[in-house]
Write a protein of this length. Structure first.
Lengths: 109, 109
DNA sequence: TCTACGTATCGTAATATTGCGATATAAAAT
DNA sequence: ATTTTATATCGCAATATTACGATACGTAGA
């Protein structure tokens, strides 16, 4: 099959898993860290920073953009990418709620 | 290829992405939520709760266990699963640091 | 011991992901 | 107009994921 049964789950579960899946790759984590640390958003310097081919970086950027985590603005020949604050905040809330719902019970198995 | 170039990235980037990947599936999020809400750790009631086959649930549990996020204790015929507090705390730290490193600059593209 | 129960594993089909070379596209510079 | 530069897309090969039926395994009770 290879097809996730999204209709079985709640919208929140699907939403959170989609956002996490977009981030759950070392290259995309590295890309996001670069975008964040460059404050002003960087462009395709990423190809130089990371050791991956241009086509690969472009594809990762596309996935992050599709998930709504970053936003790209065309600036002449270059494209300027930066964090999408709304999605970032949503992810922080969804994940925070999820992680925060657990507290060590001390009396488990 | 289909092979992530882990050797290109830092240990933290790889570690965080591995943990996130383990969680980044609606079924596994649902499983974790069940384990948490049942306080005392539940077993294979999960098969009834979620609408997935037993083999599928077992496989998801294995992945969560491999990532170190949950722990299983054999209890007679059943197996009792619960959150692994150490990994949970590690994930909270890694992800918190990552997410927290961003603050809306207001002067981006 | 035999059977029932709960879980794990195997095998398989469908689909998704990862990475990259080659090529297309589009704006800027010459 | 042509070339350069930056990025996106296509096509492909290798591998990973998802889901599940079938079956194996191990414990508990009859």
């Amino acid at each position: 099959m290879g097809l996730t049964k999204t209709e079985i789950f709640t919208q929140e579960q699907n939403e959170l898993s989609t956002l996490l899946k977009a981030i759950a790759h070392p290259a995309r984590i590295a890309i996001l860290q670069q975008i964040i640390s460059a404050n002003a958003c960087i462009c395709g310097d990423l190809v130089e920073e990371l050791g991956l081919a241009q086509a690969t970086i472009s594809q990762h950027l596309k996935e992050l953009k599709n998930a709504g985590i970053i936003q790209g603005t065309i600036d002449g020949v270059k494209v300027c990418y930066c964090i999408e604050p709304k999605t970032w905040a949503l992810l922080q809330k969804l994940f925070g709620d999820f992680m925060g719902s657990y507290s060590d019970p001390k009396d488990c198995c």
